[in-house]
Each structure stands twice: as structure tokens, then as C-alpha cells.
Write a protein that binds this ligand. Structure first.
Ligand SMILES: *Cc1c(COP(=O)(O)O)cnc(C)c1O
Length: 360
């Protein structure tokens, strides 16, 4: 067996010890005599698995104890619609701050449900930076203000929590669990699991409990946060295996030292990769403004399409996979989520240096 370095933006790399543990428990999970995939979601054995996953999330992420944690489906994309259905009512406005492709999709979906307004967009500057949220003029139309903490495609991250005092709703899909965050600053956050938490199929939602009082009657049951919360994420069959895997991932990081460990490791890895870009005398160019550089997704371009193609082909030969940039922006992108080992980033950085030396 040989594992590659997987720089995919999502689904992304998972910690190898977690995959090993999942393999060990594949046929008999915790003495149940069956796989987690075969278990009733209402069994005693599964009660423990979902409770462990929630406890792990709470401890690893430092979620305020009164906040609710929900395990839903439909990805972050369904949240774009669901949050507006639940929290943007007749006569209200919601503010959207757009720093990239996902934020654009969020506001478009919001507009279908109600008066969603884009109050700031980074489009004129090609989505290369994020604003200071304290200085964005909000309409404060009673609903919420939405933003995307890290734009996965453009690699633009605010690198700060929003100011207190507003009901911020935030898409954290690609940066959740990568550094310390103050969840009490947010009314709600959501994240598709497949970037930094576990396998696809699971969407993590963390919300302040009073938000549930704003959910109107008569929503489609599956799209009703209140109903989902009242049923502890088991109104219907939840994504059982993905929740189990997320629980293993949280335990894995906690075992290594928790968020302190993860944050320091991510800072170090990002510095190595941006160092390779900045040290290339312009051969590689990053996309985001320095203060908004994502530690998770690092897009960069080479001097020409020919060199980009050659770079990607040679990289593949070295076992560096999924480095092609998103089709909407081109170039390259290295996603270096929590589970990407430092050795992978170091190897990529030295390959980049060598490639630039040969081709400039
Ligand atoms: C990947 C991603 C999405 C879309 O997630 P799905 O789970 O595929 O719906 C939305 N927002 C951000 C920031 C993402 O990185």
C-alpha cells in the first residue's frame, strides 16, 4: 500500500490513525458484533457513538455549553437555503458579506427565501481580501448577517471572529477546527464535514438556543432546525457512519493536545507553503491579501498555462495529488487541512522550489 499526499479541497485528507481505527472496528464496533454501518440509529450502541461525537466536538471546538450541536445532511449548500427559511422572515432583511464563490451562492439562495442583501462584496478586487467586519455597514434588518469565514476556492480567511453584538451566521466549512474560535460571537455556524471534520454526508450546525424560538411554524420538517433539535438530530436516520468518523477525528486531535496543538501545527504548515510562494521571486503568486491568507486552502498561479500543466503533471509523479485549482479560478491550489502532515507540506514546498529553479 502506498498513500499519496492528498491536497484535495474536499472531500479531503483524514488522519491515518483514524482510518486505521475505523478499519479495526469495521466488522465489530465496540463489541456490538456489527459494523457502525449496520447499527440501528436508535440502538444503545449508537446512542453512545452519537453522544461521544457531540462531546468530542464540544471539547475540541470549545463550544459554549448552552449552544446546540446538530448533525444534519445536505451539505453546507442546503444550509444556504435552510438558514434563510428559518431565520429570514417577512418584513426583515438579512445582510450578506461576500468574499468569494461560496458566499455568492449563499446570498443567491437567501434571495429566493426573502430579502437577502449583499452589503459588501470582494468581487471588484477578484475576491482577494476580507473586510474588517466591525466597519462593514449593515442594514441590521432584524434577521442576521451572514459571511463565509474561509473561502475555500479563493483561499481568503478573515482570520478573526466577528465583533460581538450581532447575530452572525457563518459558513465555516473549510476552516472549522483549524484554530481557536470564539463561538459565543456567532448566532449560528455550519460546516460540511468533508473538509476538516470527517467524511461527506454530515453537516455540523452549532447554534445559540434562542434562535430556535424564531423558527416559524409550518416549515418542511427536515428543514426545521427546531424539529431537528427537539429530536436530537434523529428526526430521521442521521448520517450514522459519518458522525461516528467525526467523533473519531475529534478524539484523535484531543489525544494529541487539542486545539492548541492543531492551531500551532497549521500555522507552521501554512508558513512553510507561503514561504515557498513568497521565496520564489514571483514564479508562484498567491491569490489572497497577506492578512487574509487561508491556512487551509492555498491557491497560487504559475507564469503560464503550459508551466501550470507541467507542474501538475510532475507533481502527480511525485505523489502530490489534487493540486489543480478550482475550475472557476484556474492555477493551482493546495488544501492543507488538519490531517495533512507537515512532511507533506515540506515535500511539496521543496518540489515547488526545485520546479521553479528548473523553469525560471
Ligand atoms: C465545500 C464548501 C461548501 C459546499 O459544501 P457542500 O457540503 O458540498 O454543500 C460551502 N461552503 C464552503 C466554504 C465550502 O468550502
Amino acid at each position: 500500500m502506498s498513500r499519496v499526499y492528498n491536497f484535495s479541497a474536499g472531500p479531503g485528507v483524514l488522519p491515518e490513525p483514524v482510518l486505521e481505527q475505523a478499519r479495526q472496528e469495521m466488522l465489530d464496533a465496540g463489541g456490538a458484533g456489527m459494523s457502525v454501518m449496520e447499527m440501528s440509529h436508535r440502538s444503545k450502541a449508537y446512542d453512545k457513538i452519537i453522544a461521544d461525537a457531540e462531546a468530542g466536538a464540544r471539547e475540541f471546538l470549545a463550544i459554549p455549553s448552552d449552544y446546540r450541536v446538530l448533525f444534519l445532511q445536505g451539505g453546507a449548500s442546503l444550509q444556504f437555503t435552510m438558514l434563510a427559511m428559518n431565520f429570514l422572515h417577512e418584513g426583515q432583511t438579512a445582510d450578506y458579506i461576500t468574499t468569494g464563490s461560496w458566499g455568492q451562492k449563499a446570498v443567491e439562495a437567501g434571495k429566493i427565501e426573502g430579502d437577502a442583501r449583499e452589503v459588501w462584496t470582494g468581487k471588484p478586487s477578484k475576491f482577494s481580501h476580507a473586510p474588517d467586519l466591525a466597519s462593514v455597514e449593515l442594514t441590521l434588518g432584524k434577521a442576521y448577517a451572514h459571511f463565509t469565514l474561509n473561502e475555500t476556492i479563493q483561499g481568503v480567511d478573515y482570520m478573526a471572529d466577528p465583533p460581538a453584538g450581532h447575530d452572525w451566521i457563518c459558513d465555516m466549512s473549510s476552516t472549522i477546527g483549524s484554530r481557536k474560535m470564539d463561538y459565543s460571537r456567532y448566532a449560528m455556524i455550519y460546516a460540511g464535514a468533508q473538509k476538516n471534520i470527517g467524511p461527506a454526508g454530515l453537516t455540523l450546525v452549532i447554534l445559540r438556543p434562542d434562535l430556535l424560538d424564531r423558527v416559524p411554524a409550518g416549515l418542511p420538517p427536515m428543514l426545521d432546525y427546531k424539529l431537528q433539535a427537539e429530536n436530537d438530530s434523529r428526526y430521521n436516520t442521521p448520517p450514522c457512519y459519518s458522525i461516528y468518523m467525526a467523533g473519531l477525528v475529534f478524539r484523535h486531535w484531543l489525544g494529541l493536545g487539542g486545539m492548541d496543538y492543531v492551531e500551532a501545527a497549521n500555522e507552521e504548515k501554512a508558513a512553510i507553503l507561503y514561504g515557498a510562494i513568497d521565496g520564489s521571486e514571483g514564479f508562484y503568486k498567491g491569490h489572497a491579501a497577506k492578512e487574509n491568507r487561508s491556512r487551509m486552502n492555498v491557491p497560487f498561479v504559475l507564469p503560464s498555462d503550459e508551466l501550470t500543466d507541467a507542474f501538475l503533471a510532475e507533481a502527480k509523479g511525485h505523489g502530490f495529488m489534487e493540486l489543480k485549482g478550482h475550475r472557476s479560478v484556474g492555477g493551482c491550489r493546495a488544501s492543507i487541512y488538519n490531517a495533512m502532515p507537515k512532511s507533506g507540506v515540506e515535500a511539496l514546498a521543496s518540489f515547488m522550489k526545485e520546479f521553479a529553479g528548473k523553469n525560471s
